[in-house]
Every structure is written in structure tokens, then in C-alpha cells.
Design a protein around this ligand. Structure first.
Ligand code: GAR
Length: 210
């Protein structure tokens, strides 16, 4: 089976980009990186792995991809567009690559629809979970539409919130779950096992080796 090319979009540390590459999946390969920030550490990771890198501020309010982004994507023809710590709105209309609109996914560090939406990223999410006194949190993978953290949820994984957790300790636990389910969900989408029918959400087991 040939590997599906995926383009990963990042804005920050690139920790997620790293684990997606390091998975060495037989089903996908990262074929390019989109960055919304000239100074993002993710750019260095793209360079380290010799991956084509597209940098833009993504400040346009338009939901249509810019001509430059379209040109770049047309060369790579990715099967999936995978957001990983990308904090700008991603265009969802790709003229000439229409299939891509329904193949944009993102990961969020909570059990959506809880603790999602604008400004819900990084430690803000985990602070809110602790303030709400929830005993369970997790991560969600969802399709991307024009609203933040709003598209159909594909899969989730849960993990406990411990009584002595601070936002940082919780973030660490959730991130360990994220690195398990993101590559796995991408593979399951490629295999056609996901998404489930009737908008059901697939729940991965935190304790099972994925
Ligand atoms: C991840 O924790 C991801 O869930 C979160 O950004 C982090 C990845 O960034 N995404 C969101 O909050 C989306 N709303 P990194 O790879 O730069 O560390």
C-alpha cells in the first residue's frame, strides 16, 4: 500500500508535528508543513526533515485559500490536511483541490464540545477543566470547519483529572494521550475504519497500546 501524503499545519512548538513524523507510519507520510509564524519551532522541524515548508501569517478573514497556498498544495496534492497546534483559521475552500475541504482535521486537548472555541488553547483549556472540577478530561479529533473547534468529532480519548493536578501536570497527561490517538486516527481514516456512521464518536482506550 502506498503511503498517503499528509500536510501538517502548525504555529508553535511543533511537538505534535514531531510525533506525527516520528511515528514512521506505513500508511501516511508527512509530505509538507504549513506554518503561520516565521519564528515557529515547527519550521525548524520541517527543515530538519527536509520537508517543503509554506509560511504565511494567515491573517486573511477569507475562507478561500490564497493563490500562493493553492499553488503550493497543488504541487503536493496531500490526501489530508492535519492541524497540529495551528492557531490561525485555516481556509476551507481550495479551488481545484475540492476534495481537501472535507479532509481537514484538528486535535484539541479536551473532550469537545467541552472547553472548545476561541481562546481555548494551551493551558487555558486545562485551567478551565480544573476550575470546573471535572474528574475526566481527554483529547478530541475533529473535522475542521469555519468555526474554532466546531466540526464533527471523529474520535476521543479520556484521561483522569487528579485532585492535585495543576494545569501543567494535566496538560502533560493529556498530551501523552494526544500522541497516541492522533497518528492512530489518521491511520484509521486512511483505512476507512473512521469516521463511524451516524456521527458516532470512536473512543480509544487510554490503557490499551495504540
Ligand atoms: C496540542 O495540545 C493540541 O491539542 C493543541 O495544541 C497543542 C499542539 O501544539 N491544539 C489546540 O488547542 C487547538 N484548539 P504543539 O504541537 O505546538 O505543542
Amino acid at each position: 500500500m502506498t503511503q498517503a501524503g499528509i500536510v501538517v499545519a502548525a504555529s508553535g512548538t511543533g511537538r505534535s508535528l514531531s510525533y506525527l513524523i516520528e511515528k514512521k507510519s506505513l500508511l501516511y507520510r508527512v509530505s509538507g508543513v504549513i506554518s503561520s509564524n516565521k519564528a515557529a519551532k515547527a519550521n525548524q522541524i520541517a527543515e530538519k526533515y527536509n520537508l517543503p515548508l509554506f509560511i504565511d501569517s494567515f491573517n486573511s478573514k477569507s475562507t478561500t485559500a490564497s493563490p500562493n497556498l493553492l499553488l503550493w498544495l497543488k504541487r503536493l496534492k496531500p490526501q489530508w490536511l492535519v492541524l497540529a497546534g495551528f492557531i490561525k483559521p485555516m481556509p476551507t475552500i481550495f479551488s481545484g483541490l475540492e476534495y481537501l475541504s472535507s479532509r481537514i482535521i484538528n486535535i484539541h486537548p479536551s473532550l469537545l464540545p467541552k472547553f472548545g472555541g476561541k481562546n481555548m488553547f494551551g493551558l487555558n483549556v486545562h485551567k478551565s477543566v480544573i476550575t470546573a472540577k471535572d474528574s475526566v478530561t481527554g483529547a478530541s479529533i475533529h473535522y475542521v470547519n469555519e468555526k474554532y473547534d466546531d466540526g464533527r468529532i471523529i474520535s476521543q480519548i479520556t484521561c483522569p483529572v487528579k485532585p492535585d493536578d495543576c494545569p501543567e501536570s494535566l496538560a502533560k497527561r493529556v498530551f501523552q494521550c494526544e500522541r497516541k490517538i492522533y497518528p492512530r486516527t489518521i491511520e484509521d481514516l486512511i483505512k476507512g475504519i473512521l469516521p463511524l456512521k451516524d456521527k458516532q464518536i470512536y473512543i480509544y482506550n487510554e490503557n490499551k497500546k495504540l
